[in-house]
Design a protein around this ligand. Structure first.
Ligand code: MN
Ligand code: MN
Length: 368
């Protein structure tokens, strides 16, 4: 049982308790003594998000409404059963996505009249620039579940431009004129949006016309940076050229390991926890710092350019995505900063031994 007790300080909670939530939030109930001040909440769980249930799937979102400390990015967690379709639509924001489980078929047409169809599986990404129309369909044994990331924290799944919604709100004589057919051709179109709906599974892709694979990227197939306690894969516009507004790192950390102390030079950070348990302390300057706990299905945020680390506090591999509204992944490592600054200068700040500074690698080691 977690209690707010540090040595002789604090006391047990004798009023109402929420044991499962307090156990999840160990470092919130009983913060490390190095924490100071009250920072904004930087954690949200998709388990607390509104669930929109539809025919063949569901969607839930974490936007600035759920997590006000994240001003740059919104995320959507979506499930599509085999055959189920997230209907043909477009939106103002760019869409970046990570396939969590299962498979999907993407269908896209761009502004030059190029069509694209592609299948994506676990660990694959896609990116649709603003305004590009697309549809997503679950395929395979049990369809799929994925994370969508939008480069605007005010995004909402409920305000995308849907094919059925548009046609339901256009005079039928205008539709008839546009397509050169009688009005009666549209007598059965839906009166309101479908959003997510069940249809039968599509034919295998070899029977479809495919264009160049420009909208997708196989993140899991990237050779990871390997470190003693984990791995990192970085995907941004340098290896996934279409992704001009979202950069990401997929980090895996073994129990006891840690994403090193660092900060970023270009953007707020938005995190999605895929497996395991973690804690993160965010240093916000002015003597303030706060520690937060995370587990699978949680979202974390780090406002630009606050310093942080992420430690695996569980017994299984910690796996999470670090996501930035930027064309490049960029961070500053505390260890590298200290090792490359004149040591005399660093020693005068910290009163530490030269031998410690000598042992810090000059190369970044993102996971230690
Ligand atoms: Mn979309
Ligand atoms: Mn970071």
């Amino acid at each position: 049982m977690v209690e707010p007790i540090i040595g002789k300080l604090g006391a047990t909670i004798i009023g109402p308790k929420n044991p499962s939530r307090e156990a999840e939030n160990k470092d919130v109930v009983c913060p490390p003594q190095t924490d100071e001040g009250i920072l904004a909440n930087m954690r949200w769980s998709f388990a607390d998000s509104h669930m929109r249930i539809s025919d063949g799937g569901w969607a839930r979102e974490t936007t600035i409404r759920e997590l006000p400390s994240s001003p740059s990015i919104a995320g959507v967690n979506m499930r599509l059963k085999a055959g189920a379709v997230r209907e043909m639509h477009w939106h103002r924001e760019a869409e970046w996505a990570y396939m969590i489980k299962g498979k999907a078929r993407l269908s896209v047409v761009d502004q030059n009249g190029k069509k694209f169809q592609g299948d994506v599986g676990e660990g694959d990404l896609w990116y649709f620039p603003p305004g590009i129309p697309h549809a997503i369909q679950g395929i395979g044994d049990d369809g799929c579940e994925f994370l969508l990331v939008f480069d605007d924290a005010n995004f909402s799944e409920d305000s995308t431009f849907l094919l059925t919604d548009w046609l339901a709100h256009t005079p039928k004589e205008v539709l008839a004129k546009n397509f050169g057919v009688p009005e009666s051709a549209f007598k059965n179109i839906p009166k309101e949006e479908l959003y997510i709906f069940q249809m039968k599974e599509p034919v295998p892709l070899e029977n479809c016309t495919t264009a160049k694979d420009a909208f997708t990227h196989r993140m899991h197939a990237q050779t990871p940076l390997k470190m003693k306690m984990g791995t990192v894969r970085i995907t941004d516009s340098t290896n996934f050229p279409i992704s001009k507004t979202i950069a990401a790192g997929l980090v895996e950390i073994e129990p006891g390991g840690m994403r090193e102390l660092h900060w970023h030079t270009n953007s707020d950070e938005w995190q999605y926890y895929i497996s395991g348990q973690a804690r993160m302390t965010v240093f916000a300057s002015e003597g303030t710092a706060r520690t937060y706990n995370f587990q699978a299905g949680d979202v974390g945020s780090v406002p630009f350019p606050m310093a942080h680390y992420i430690e695996n506090t569980g017994t299984e591999t910690l796996r999470f995505l670090e996501i930035f509204k930027s064309d490049r992944f960029a961070d500053i490592s505390l260890a590298q900063w200290l090792s490359l600054t004149p040591h005399e200068l660093v020693r005068a700040h910290l009163n530490i031994d030269e031998s410690l500074l000598q042992n810090i690698p000059k190369e970044k080691t993102p996971v230690v």
